[in-house]
Design a binder for this molecule. Structure first.
Ligand SMILES: *[C@@H]1O[C@H](CO)[C@@H](O)[C@H](O)[C@H]1NC(C)=O
Ligand SMILES: *[C@@H]1O[C@H](CO)[C@@H](O)[C@H](O)[C@H]1NC(C)=O
Ligand SMILES: *[C@@H]1O[C@H](CO)[C@@H](O)[C@H](O)[C@H]1NC(C)=O
Ligand SMILES: *[C@@H]1O[C@H](CO)[C@@H](O)[C@H](O)[C@H]1NC(C)=O
Ligand SMILES: *[C@@H]1O[C@H](CO)[C@@H](O)[C@H](O)[C@H]1NC(C)=O
Ligand SMILES: *[C@@H]1O[C@H](CO)[C@@H](O)[C@H](O)[C@H]1NC(C)=O
Ligand SMILES: *[C@@H]1O[C@H](CO)[C@@H](O)[C@H](O)[C@H]1NC(C)=O
Ligand SMILES: *[C@@H]1O[C@H](CO)[C@@H](O)[C@H](O)[C@H]1NC(C)=O
Ligand SMILES: *[C@@H]1O[C@H](CO)[C@@H](O)[C@H](O)[C@H]1NC(C)=O
Length: 888
């Protein structure tokens, strides 16, 4: 007996071992074949130990592959082989370059729980075989080139928690069985071509938390079922063709933080139950046919940050109770039928950043203390029936970027205090009112203002010559008033069309055809002097002082900085003494750096001005030496936008995603720290400085080594980095040579890529606004569209190319008034200059080969900086053109 027992045990043991060996052998050969097929960099030389290869995890007892993470490896090839790894539980192939259909053989991976194929180029329809992976909990097929209907076989995925199929070209309707998946928590299918209705039972048997279906062609109404469990946290249905009401049952979802249902055909009023959603932060329902009054219940949503009801049929008045919303940043209710007063209580919204009441029937006066809302940047009141005078207190709106008051019934004079709003830059529009009196010369202080419109009033007197201080003007309109005298001789005025000054009987001089006879302009002599001083001010204001080498300017700048610093230092020491910074959150994305980085040391480094490395449009960068000896670059965001904090978890996810965005030419974050209301981003410290320094700092050095080939490699590297960003649908908000860092081998890394993600926490049609870019790099269309686009990025890149070719700054007084680098280069033929006079002669005269290449790159730069966005090449084409120049 004993012997038999022993024998059978032995036999079992023997069989088991054989199985083990066979299995191990199987996975090893599969992995070797896979290594050969995909050429994975970083898969080791030791063929006998596939379990130690990067991204591979095996079961602890048997050496079978359980987890395979090949994300971000730029891989292509045939991945069918993976289906041979029978024990696989986790497969992540996201962010690669895989083409062709998804292998049906993946359906045989019966142990699989997590499958991420997002951000590839998988084509054709979803193989029905995937429906047989019974254990699958998470399926992500987002951002591929998949087409057709979602196959019914997928209803076999009974365990599915997270189902993401966004950013493809799926058509047909959302299958009804999605509503029968009892474990579904996250369902996203945005940016597809789905039509038909949202399934009536979606969410009825599961605790749905996130539903995002924006940008499809969905019809019918919003089903009650999605609110049934009360667990919904995020609802995004923007840009569809939905009809019907927002159901009353939405009030069940106390934890719903974001409701975005704009750009549909929704009807009816907002249910009062909206007040039951205590966690609501973001409510966007613009461009629908909603009606009724703005329900007072919104005032119970104490976390509400954005309320956008624009372009609907709302009537009645603004409930004064909205003033209780201490977190409200944007109140956008333009294009409705609202009337009455602007409630004074609105000023209590301490965080109000944008107030857009335009295009309604408001018929009260402008509250005097409106500007007590300390963060107000956008005050948009045009096209109403507002009465009374513009209060002098408007000058207290120190943060204002845009002031629109056109087409109202305003009377009185223009308060000179408007001139004190130093930040005003997008527009000042007072047109079509009943204003009289003269234009205050104080307006000349608005040196960042792009558009000024005072047309169609009863303004009189001469146009003050002090308006020449408005160095950034592009558009002006003084028409249909009773101005007299000469139009000041000033670029932006002279370049305007006649119609900008028409309808003023007493005006004369260019650009009007009536000349002023022999009258003369008293200020003319001191003009150039004055202009150059103003340019300096404008440049400093735009945060560009870093680029300027003229000593006087640097001194001016330093004095200003010193004063600001003195003020800031006091703040900091007071703060520091009473309560040291409390770190709220932080993480390091790179495992093996966790030990080396100390959060407190990083925070402390930003409190010392001597650590400051640079200041950009959106951030200040400090050098931080860790106790471990590691040196970091710590970027402190200028968080005027407190949404960043509101969307903390969203932001952290974005950062982690960016942290994984591997590209040789991108500077990705290695971690972050949030303390108080500040965000610090951690990066590797690159001691070689920026492209700006390489190009423009060498007069300081004793000798300069001309090296065109290095510059060309840098140009190509930057283009590749940007091409990659566009490939993953990220638009850079601030391309400039100052944001391009160089490593020890002069390899360029594009920085500030986080900004685009952090300033738009909600993706898609969000209206959180920000002014973007550095002076001289901003595409011309931006002044009108206020949107940074991929072609806009190409323009800014073109400016960087010109900088590399000419070794000139993007803005330089030497170009002449109102002329930037792009205009200077484009104007060369007209000035009778040859391209050689434009290119940096220290490079172009070294050899014929270099000269030929530089001329070819110049052509690319001119294509990139075409004033028509549609004519500019794509970043991908730019890379190809430059590669070709380098190789020929
Ligand atoms: C390869 O890996 C195996 C198993 O871990 C190990 O025994 C062997 O020493 C390694 N060979 C080399 C050359 O590193
Ligand atoms: C990929 O490889 C499998 C075998 O491993 C083969 O059957 C299939 O046809 C290949 N697919 C492509 C697109 O080459
Ligand atoms: C799945 O596995 C079965 C049995 O091993 C095999 O017959 C079938 O061909 C496989 N399917 C695919 C699509 O590879
Ligand atoms: C794909 O979706 C899964 C589940 O929602 C998620 O965990 C994963 O991070 C997503 N992948 C990417 C690249 O976003
Ligand atoms: C859905 O997409 C497929 C593949 O692109 C196409 O053949 C089919 O005509 C489309 N169906 C509809 C209804 O648009
Ligand atoms: C969903 O479940 C319900 C109830 O169990 C059933 O009647 C219905 O047929 C199912 N729908 C689909 C599409 O499977
Ligand atoms: C909202 O709350 C009120 C009382 O707080 C309650 O009577 C009402 O039923 C709730 N509505 C919904 C839709 O939850
Ligand atoms: C408001 O937001 C804060 C911070 O995100 C959060 O702690 C709090 O619970 C929210 N309030 C409600 C009522 O949801
Ligand atoms: C404002 O308009 C409303 C509605 O048209 C009207 O009832 C009210 O009298 C007006 N108020 C003033 C002060 O004109």
């Amino acid at each position: 007996m004993a012997f038999l027992c022993w024998f059978s045990l032995c036999l079992v043991g023997f069989l088991y071992r054989t199985h083990l060996i066979v299995a191990q052998y199987d996975d090893r050969s599969t992995m070797l074949a896979l290594k050969k097929e995909l050429e994975v960099s970083g898969w080791g030389a030791n063929d006998s130990d596939h379990c130690s290869w990067t991204g591979v995890q095996c079961s602890s007892s048997l050496s079978m592959v359980e987890k395979l993470d090949l994300s971000h490896h730029e891989l292509q090839g045939n991945v069918t082989l993976v289906s041979g790894l029978k024990a696989l539980k986790w497969l992540d192939l996201s962010f690669n370059d895989f083409h062709g259909p998804i292998p049906p053989a993946f359906g045989n991976l019966s142990e699989l729980e997590f499958l991420d194929l997002s951000w590839n180029k998988f084509q054709s329809s979803i193989p029905p075989e995937l429906g047989s992976i019974r254990n699958l909990r998470s399926l992500n097929l987002s951002y591929n080139w998949l087409t057709g209907r979602v196959p019914d076989e997928l209803q076999g995925l009974e365990s599915i928690h997270d189902l993401q199929i966004s950013g493809n070209r799926f058509n047909g309707s959302i299958p009804h069985w999605v509503g029968n998946l009892s474990n579904l928590r996250v369902f996203t299918a945005y940016e597809n071509e789905l039509n038909g209705k949202i399934p009536e039972n979606l969410g009825s048997v599961s605790d749905l938390q996130l539903l995002n279906l924006h940008s499809n062609q969905l019809e019918g109404h919003i089903p009650n079922s999605i609110f049934a469990s009360g667990k919904l946290e995020v609802l995004v249905l923007t840009m569809n063709k939905l009809t019907g009401n927002l159901p009353e049952s939405v009030g069940n979802c106390k934890g719903l933080s974001s409701i975005r249902i704009g750009n549909n055909m929704l009807l009816g009023s907002i249910p009062k139950a909206i007040g039951n959603i205590s966690g609501l932060t973001y409510f966007e329902a613009d461009n629908n046919n909603l009606s009724g009054e703005i329900v007072v219940e919104f005032s119970q949503c104490s976390n509400l940050t954005l309320l956008n009801l624009a372009s609907n049929g709302f009537t009645g008045t603004i409930p004064p109770e909205l003033g209780e919303l201490m977190n409200l940043q944007e109140l956008i209710i333009s294009e409705n039928g609202l009337f009455g007063e602007i409630p004074k209580s609105i000023i209590r919204c301490r965080n109000l950043n944008k107030l857009d009441l335009s295009n309604n029937r408001f018929n009260g006066t402008i509250p005097e203390d409106l500007c007590n809302a300390p963060r107000l940047q956008f005050l948009l009141l045009s096209q109403n029936s507002l009465r009374g005078e513009i209060p002098h207190e408007i000058g207290n709106c120190a943060k204002l970027l845009e002031l629109q008051m056109g087409s109202n019934d305003l009377t009185g004079t223009i308060p000179p205090e408007i001139g004190w709003i130093k930040n005003l830059q997008i527009a000042l529009n007072l047109s079509f009112n009943h204003l009289h009196g003269t234009i205050p010369s104080e307006l000349g202080k608005l040196d960042k203002l792009v558009s000024l419109d005072v047309s169609n009033n009863q303004l009189s007197g001469s146009i003050p010559s002090a308006l020449r201080g408005m160095m950034s003007l592009i558009e002006v309109n003084f028409s249909n008033n009773i101005f007299s005298g000469q139009v000041p001789i000033f670029g932006p005025f002279q370049k305007s069309s006649k119609s900008s000054f028409a309808g003023n009987k007493g005006l004369c001089g260019e650009p009007l055809s009536s000349s002023c006879g022999n009258s003369f302009d008293p200020d003319h002599g001191g003009y150039h002097h004055k202009v150059s001083y103003r340019i300096i001010l404008a440049v400093i204001g735009s945060g560009l002082a870093v680029f300027i080498s003229v000593t006087v300017i640097v001194l001016l700048f330093m004095m200003r900085e010193k004063q600001e610093k003195a003020a800031k230092d006091v703040d900091i020491t007071e703060d520091g003494a009473t309560n040291p910074p409390v770190i709220i959150a932080g993480n390091i994305f790179v495992e093996n750096l966790r030990q080396a980085i100390d959060f407190d040391a990083a925070v402390q480094a930003t409190l010392k001005e001597s650590n400051k490395l640079s200041t950009g449009t959106f951030s200040t960068v400090y050098k931080a030496v860790m106790p471990s000896g590691m040196i970091l670059s710590v970027k402190r965001l200028k968080s005027m936008d407190r949404t960043i904090i509101h969307y903390q978890s969203k932001m952290i996810r974005e950062l982690e995603r960016l942290g994984k965005l591997y590209h040789d030419n991108l500077m990705r974050p290695i971690g972050f720290i949030i303390y108080e209301d500040l965000v610090l981003l951690l990066h590797d410290y690159l001691p070689n400085g920026t492209l700006t320094q390489l190009l423009h700092d060498f007069p300081m050095k004793t000798e300069y080594e001309p090296d065109w080939r290095t510059r060309l490699s840098i140009a190509i590297g930057v283009a590749e980095g940007l091409d990659f960003l566009h490939h993953v649908a990220i638009i850079h908000l601030d391309i400039s040579s100052g944001n391009i860092l160089l490593d020890a081998n002069s390899k360029p890394l594009v920085g500030e890529i986080e900004i685009s993600k952090l300033l738009d926490p909600s993706r898609g049609t969000a209206s959180i606004s920000a002014v973007a870019g550095s002076f001289g790099y901003i595409p011309p269309e931006y002044a009108y569209t206020m949107q940074v686009t991929a072609p806009g990025n190409v323009y800014s890149y073109g400016v960087v190319l010109l900088e590399i070719l000419t070794t000139r700054l993007p803005v330089d007084e030497a170009f002449g008034e109102g002329i930037d680098l792009v205009k200077w280069v484009r104007g060369a033929p007209a000035r009778g200059e040859t391209p050689e006079q434009i290119l940096d002669a220290r490079l172009s005269t070294v050899s014929f080969a270099w000269r030929r290449e530089m001329l070819a790159v110049l052509k690319v730069a001119l294509l990139c900086t075409d004033s028509t966005p549609a004519k500019r090449p794509k970043m991908k084409a730019v890379v190809e053109m430059l590669q070709e120049i380098k190789q020929s």
